[in-house]
Design a binder for this molecule. Structure first.
Ligand code: HEM
Length: 378
């Protein structure tokens, strides 16, 4: 069976504005509809889950308050000090990769880099790396198997990891900053977040866990999948390797964005209608569950010609990081991480080849991109 979401939605989009998924959600496929729904936060609510999701499951003023808090951690000023850290992690990882034997670009480059970079940014102990990598594998397997009991278990496992990290950071600031030996608590991103206040009160533990889950659990997988997609692009377009390698940073970032537009592994986000809404010929009643399918919208031929690789031309229409009030606040962090790992590969590996007889296995919904990218580096 063809499980490539790109070819499936490319075909469906020719005939349908919207389709109904196995779970009964209405899936928007076209660029215009996905963009319009993302921008229309009045008629398309983000309160889709019974679980607390900060900020992405909140609406209106409450969403804006948490969003403002989060953006302070993801601004260029806040992230600039971490750029050399990401560069070093990327260089060390690429130097340590085995050359001449088969490795998987998703799990052995993407996942490891994502975990190390995110732990460094959040000041999480390096000893957590194997635990987080195991969690990523379990989470991934549960999502692939659509095993809801296992998904609930891995979600709980992840919350337990976060609880164990923030418990010491939640101790009163006066205690943690009293000596230089303990001052790191409130200097770190996690430590500072633990002492944030909103509307004159401390953040609850549930809010903190949700924010950190979003910054890690929701992000490590996509970064790893993006590394897989970028690696396949390098394999399939050897003529672009020299151009990418010699591109200055902003040009390389635009090229990576375009690679991800053509094969967006961050497939969709959900909304729920707050009133009857018309999509093409369909009238969706109030409280209809809707999916904004970014992967499909980003390949809509009415906007992106025949999906030729044209970074500058397509940049302003790309929806890889969303649009509107819920647009990805982590875009710069993701962009810098992806740029540094791509640059490290381009600068230090003279050749990336698909492993002999290897098959590039696609991911399954709800994930996109590749499951495995077996390559040999030299
Ligand atoms: C390549 C990696 C990434 C991709 C493709 C991506 C994509 C997206 C997209 C499409 C949205 C919009 C969701 C919506 O409209 O419902 C979003 C939201 C979000 N992203 Fe990312 N993201 C990435 C990495 C990150 C990183 C590194 C972080 C933070 C550490 C992050 C944090 C968030 C948060 C908190 C939201 C919710 C924003 C809100 O509710 O206002 N993302 N992301």
């Amino acid at each position: 069976m063809n499980n490539d979401i790109r070819s499936q939605t490319d075909k469906l989009r020719q005939q349908h504005d919207v389709i109904i998924s196995e779970t009964g959600d209405w899936v928007l496929l076209r660029h215009d509809d996905v963009g319009a729904a993302a921008l229309d936060d009045q008629r398309f609510s983000s309160q889709v889950s019974r679980f607390l999701q900060v900020p992405n499951g909140l609406d209106g003023a409450e969403h804006q308050r948490f969003r403002a808090l989060i953006e302070r951690y993801l601004s260029p000023e806040a992230l600039t000090p971490y750029l050399p850290v990401f560069e070093r992690i990327a260089a060390d990882l690429v130097a340590s990769l085995s050359k001449g034997s088969i490795i998987d670009a998703v799990s052995e480059i993407g996942s490891v880099f994502a975990v190390r970079a995110q732990c460094a940014w959040l000041s999480w102990p390096t000893e957590l790396e194997p635990k987080l990598l195991q969690w990523m594998r379990d989470n991934h397997q549960a999502a692939r198997n659509k095993d809801s009991a296992k998904m609930a278990q891995v979600a709980k496992d992840f919350d337990d990891i976060i609880h164990s990290i923030i418990r010491p950071d939640r101790a009163p600031a006066t205690f943690t900053t009293a000596t230089s030996a303990t001052a790191t608590k409130t200097d770190s991103v996690t430590g500072r977040l633990c002492h944030e206040r909103i509307e004159g009160r401390d953040l609850t533990e549930a809010e903190l866990v949700s924010i950190l889950r979003n910054w890690t659990g929701g992000d490590l997988g996509p970064i790893a999948l993006c590394v897989g997609v970028i690696t396949v692009h390098l394999l399939q377009h050897p003529e672009q390797v020299r151009v990418l390698a010699s591109a200055e940073d902003s040009k390389l970032e635009a090229m990576i964005d375009e690679i991800l537009r053509i094969d967006d592994p961050f497939v969709s986000n959900r909304r729920i209608t707050t009133c009857p809404v018309r999509i093409g010929e369909h009238q969706l009643p109030s409280e209809t569950r809707v999916q904004l399918n970014w992967t499909s919208a980003n390949r809509d031929e009415s906007v992106f010609d025949s999906n030729t690789f044209a970074p500058q031309k397509h940049r302003s229409d790309s929806l890889v990081y969303g649009i509107g009030k819920y647009v990805c606040p982590g875009r710069l962090l993701a962009t810098w991480q992806l740029r540094t790992i791509t640059r490290a590969l381009l600068n230090n590996i003279s050749n990336i080849a698909l492993a002999p007889d290897a098959i590039l296995t696609r991911e399954q919904l709800p994930l996109g991109g590749y499951y495995r990218v077996p390559v040999i580096l030299s």
